[in-house]
Design a protein around this ligand. Structure first.
Ligand code: 2PG
Ligand code: MN
Ligand code: MN
Length: 566
């Protein structure tokens, strides 16, 4: 157990009583996924949508609503040009401190060259002489799950360290970057691989597919996604075969009906002139999954690592040396080999609160379930204390793009939260409402407006229940998305493509997010301090701990609230 700021002998899980705030209030913590604050205009779906509940929080008591930072260095990302995302956002919300995140840790390990001295790299290196090194990951510079420049550095690194044969299995993005950008990323990668070939290394792209359709499912929503990837990457089988990856991406984008976004390209394999796949994964090979972000790599990591596995028929289970870019699950110790150690996110607010007797309920639908459990608890699966915690997952629809069902399961999540609140069995009821994010990522503006309205309705249901029991609410978000749906130039003007159409922004944003507190249980005199102007998501944990009647641990980012005498 880590205990930064405390000598191990002095460390205690016991939180001190808050001098002014009472215990025993029920608190709803609501995270709207992808709900940022931006100027009102036609590309701001949150503004366009009818959102009376969220509007009333914003326009109600000014001392109980504010904005907090949700991107860049405020959430442990390398720079303030990095948009926020669910992993870093929920990590910060739950852990109450800012940890250098995967993106930054991998950057440093590559820059210093330390990555090559670690046991993870030494392990895969054992296959370089006689086997192939396979690199599987998201190919973009989005920076949410992976980054192209890290792949480029790694390619250079392995080529200097004895690799003979490299196969890259690409997953096209279009979700953290503009749709269509996959073509440029493949061109860049092909160029880099050609430089390796000039050095005598047999280096090629071997397979591919769109991230939402191939490999990168999460929280076990749809194993078929991982199976499609497995078939292409391991077995060398896919519905589409090409001899060239650039041609594959261009043709699949142009010829499929309806035209797929980069996110949804079907699986393809690259074959030689005899139609033989150029890079299936076989015994003796090494595999690295390039993504540093955990949620969408865990399922593949299980398929690659677990001897006993029944989620789909793997047909072949090759004996490989497998390493993740990072360790993806600290509780499962998955995978057992990795190139870079993950941030040590320990002593999270969830663990403290449970150890101080706070009965906790957490709920979302599958596609965001791990956000309020796994990410919230520092990339750790499972309960701290099953006697005091209940995590409820509402099954998400699978096999659809969420613009076709923009209401998603928001009402079901709200209903579950309402029941949990009214039952009186829980002190904290925590939910994630996925709509504005998941539908925002589809780039469908009309559907995103419907999504935002549905999320607002869900907030109302939860806050009404809090009203009924005399509790407290904390409503916030993890990063922006639906509040800006267009790519802009530096001056903020919408960018047009070569046909004069606006360029739809499917990604997250750099915008701050709102936080509102209130409810009949809130002690009179509680208000946001005005001396934390740069407050970010990491300040929320101390705030929530205070509202439960405790002082936050001394090394947590400071609370956002104060209590003035009334
Ligand atoms: O869908 C995802 O994986 C990311 C975007 O890449 O979104 P979020 O961080 O909101 O989960
Ligand atoms: Mn999110
Ligand atoms: Mn998102």
């Amino acid at each position: 157990m880590g205990s930064s700021g405390n000598k191990a002998s002095e460390f205690s899980w016991k939180l001190a009583d808050h001098p002014k705030l009472p215990k025993g209030k029920q608190i709803a913590v609501v995270v709207l996924d992808g709900w940022g604050e931006a100027k009102p205009n036609e590309y701001n779906c949150i503004h366009t949508a009818e959102t009376p509940k969220m509007d009333s929080l914003k326009n109600g008591a000014p001392e109980l609503w504010r904005l907090v930072k949700a991107h860049g260095t405020a959430v442990g990302l390398p720079s303030d040009d990095d948009m926020g995302n669910s992993e870093v956002g929920h990590n910060a919300l739950g852990a109450g401190r800012i940890f250098s995140q995967g993106a930054k840790l991998v950057d440093s390990a590559l820059a210093s060259g330390k990555i090559y001295d670690e046991p993870g790299f030494k392990y895969i290196q054992e296959s370089f002489e006689t086997g192939t090194l396979h690199l599987i990951g998201l190919l973009s510079d989005g920076g949410v799950h992976s980054r192209l420049d890290q792949l480029q550095l790694l390619l250079k690194g392995v080529s200097d360290r004895g690799v003979k044969r490299v196969r890259v299995h690409i997953l096209t993005d279009g979700r953290d970057v503009l749709d269509g950008s996959s073509v440029g990323f493949v061109e860049t990668l092909e160029h880099d691989l050609s430089l390796l070939r000039d050095k005598g290394i047999d280096a090629r792209i071997a397979s591919g597919g769109g991230r939402m359709y191939v490999t990168m499912d999460r929280y076990e929503n749809d194993w078929n996604v991982v199976k499609r990837g497995w078939d292409a990457q391991v077995l060398g089988e896919a519905p589409y075969k090409f001899t060239d990856a650039l041609e594959a991406v261009k043709k699949l984008r142009a010829e499929q009906q309806p035209k797929p976004n980069d996110q949804y390209l079907p699986a393809f394999v690259i074959v030689d002139e005899n139609g033989k796949p150029v890079g299936p994964i076989v015994d003796g090979d090494a595999v690295v999954t390039l993504n540093y972000r955990a949620d969408r790599m865990v399922m593949l990591a299980k398929a690659l690592e677990y001897e006993n596995f029944d989620k789909f028929d793997r047909v072949r289970y090759p004996k490989i040396r497998y390493a993740g870019m990072l360790e993806y699950d600290g509780e499962l110790k998955l995978p057992s080999h990795y190139l870079v150690s993950p941030p040590e996110i320990e002593r999270t607010s969830g663990e403290y609160l449970v150890k101080n007797g706070i009965r906790t309920f957490a709920c979302s639908e599958t596609v965001k379930f791990g956000h309020v459990t796994f990410f919230w608890n520092g990339n750790r699966s499972g309960y701290f204390n099953p006697e005091l915690e209940k995590y409820v997952e509402i099954p998400s629809d699978s096999g659809i793009t969420f613009n076709t069902q923009p209401k998603m399961k928001a009402l079901e999540i709200a209903e579950k939260a309402r029941e949990a609140i009214l039952s009186g069995d829980f002190d904290q009821v925590r939910v994630n409402l996925p709509n504005s994010d998941m539908v925002g990522h589809t780039g469908d503006i009309e559907a995103t407006v419907v999504a935002c309205k549905a999320a607002d309705e869900a907030v109302k249901i939860i806050l009404d229940a809090i009203e009924q029991v005399g509790g407290i609410y904390v409503v916030t978000a993890d990063h922006g998305n639906a509040e800006d749906m267009v790519k802009r130039d530096k001056s903020g003007k919408p960018l047009l493509d070569k046909n004069g159409n606006i360029q739809i922004l499917t990604s997250h944003t750099l915008e701050p997010v709102p936080i509102a507190i209130g409810g009949p249980g809130l002690t009179p005199g509680v208000r946001f301090r005005n001396d934390v102007p740069n407050g970010g998501l990491a300040n929320v944990a101390a705030t929530v701990i205070n509202l439960h009647g405790f002082e936050a641990p001394s090394d947590y980012e400071t609370t956002l609230i104060e209590v003035v005498d009334k």
